[in-house]
Design a protein around this ligand. Structure first.
Ligand code: GTP
Ligand code: MG
Length: 363
């Protein structure tokens, strides 16, 4: 029997493995005809904590599971496009029929219209034909269109990196009470449900190691998962400005023009921004890493000495953005300027066309 929350096979032997439930609790619940959740899902729901388990990533299973379905619904998070549109997943899904779902659109500023988001996503995903649906699982937006689309198939698989909202959409469509938490890695096995004649499969999220949040503890990842809005700060830097996005990303600004550049940074509220100058930046970084400059929320979780940093010089202009996977993005209002970006090695960094376009009038 599987856990109703996370899809793991229930077992009574090892607390550190998925699906653990003490035998007596299992027997008591089944006798009473109650739904059976593993200990981890039970605690996640009642105490808001997600216990760690040894778990083999879904990557190894994906290749076989996709052979058994008619269509794959690849769910992306619009607030972390670079982190969720992963090239390795793209490659694995290259020859299967797929539908892209762009979730969490409620988190973008209201001034960005659905048509603009759709146009932007279509220009980022270079595939023809491109089946695309925008959704917000929490606001129940786009669910009807998604349902209409998937009911055309017999077997449908939901996939994506951790925390993009796969289970939230699955629950909204099927009514199944699966576990949903702001922690990544909630779902641990395939969960099956039927809607009309269609079988829907929810799957465990994949980790790629290219998102900043992938390097942090589950508790920190939870803090960095925005639930109802993103924070947005506007900067008008000086010639010697350095801006920190927590302790994990540093932007040294340079420009020649008379007018100072203006840009906004979008990230989860838990990311603290700090502006200083080039003389003070090194000392501040070392002293305040994991204190004023969070994430990391504790310097021991990601010791600064253990990290390798990548450094990139990037020229940015108005209508362009610089996205750092799993952290946030910089959206330029006035440019041009150059920035020397320093962040942890391996994290995807991409200069892109602006998703939040400054030429549009704010409502
Ligand atoms: N604002 C907002 N939050 C969402 C949306 N969809 C999901 N979430 C939140 O995102 C977090 C992760 O949701 P899940 O449904 O558990 O994500 P998942 O992809 O199944 O995650 P794993 O099972 O860990 O791979 C939860 O805190 C959800 O409430 C959405 O459309 N908008
Ligand atoms: Mg899930």
């Amino acid at each position: 029997m599987k856990c109703k929350g996370c899809g793991a096979e229930l077992q009574h032997e090892d607390e550190m493995l998925p699906g653990y439930i003490p035998k007596e609790v299992f027997e008591k619940r089944t006798l009473a005809g109650e739904e059976v959740l593993c200990q981890r899902c039970f605690r996640a729901r009642h105490y808001g904590k997600l216990m760690p388990v040894r778990f083999e990533d879904f990557w190894s299973q994906l290749i076989n599971v996709i052979k058994e379905v008619d269509v794959v619904v690849w769910i992306l998070d619009i607030t972390d496009f670079e982190g969720s549109y992963d090239p390795k997943i793209s490659e694995m899904l290259s020859s299967v029929k797929k539908i892209f779902v762009i979730n969490k659109i409620d988190l973008l500023p209201k001034a960005v219209t659905v048509q603009e988001i759709e146009g932007w996503v279509r220009r980022q995903i270079n595939e023809e034909p491109l089946d695309l649906i925008l959704t917000s699982a929490t606001r129940r937006y786009g669910l009807r269109r998604l349902e209409e689309k998937i009911l055309q198939f017999r077997r449908v698989l939901f996939v994506g990196v951790t925390n993009v909202g796969k289970s939230s959409l699955f629950k909204a469509l099927t009514g199944k009470d699966v576990s949903i938490t702001p922690f990544p890695g909630t779902t641990l096995g395939l969960i099956r449900a039927k809607v009309s004649n269609t079988v829907l499969l929810d799957s465990p999220g994949m980790t790629t190691g290219h998102r900043l949040i992938d390097l942090l503890s589950p508790e920190s990842q939870k803090k960095l998962t925005p639930t109802d809005h993103l924070s947005r700060f506007t900067f008008k830097p000086n010639r010697d400005s350095v801006i920190f996005l927590g302790g994990v990303c540093r932007l040294d600004i340079e420009f020649d023009s008379e007018l100072r550049p203006i840009f906004q940074i979008f990230a989860s509220e838990a990311v603290k921004f700090h502006q200083t100058n080039k003389v003070k930046a090194d000392t501040l970084w070392r002293r305040q890493y994991g204190k004023l400059l969070v994430p990391p929320f504790d310097p021991r979780e990601l010791p600064m000495e253990s990290l390798n940093f990548q450094e990139k010089r990037i020229e940015l202009n108005v209508s362009e953005e610089l996205a750092i996977a799993g952290l946030g993005w910089v959206s330029v209002r006035r440019g041009p300027f150059e920035t020397c970006l320093k962040t942890i090695d391996g994290i995807y960094v991409r200069k892109r066309e602006a998703l939040i376009n400054p030429t549009r009038k704010e409502r």
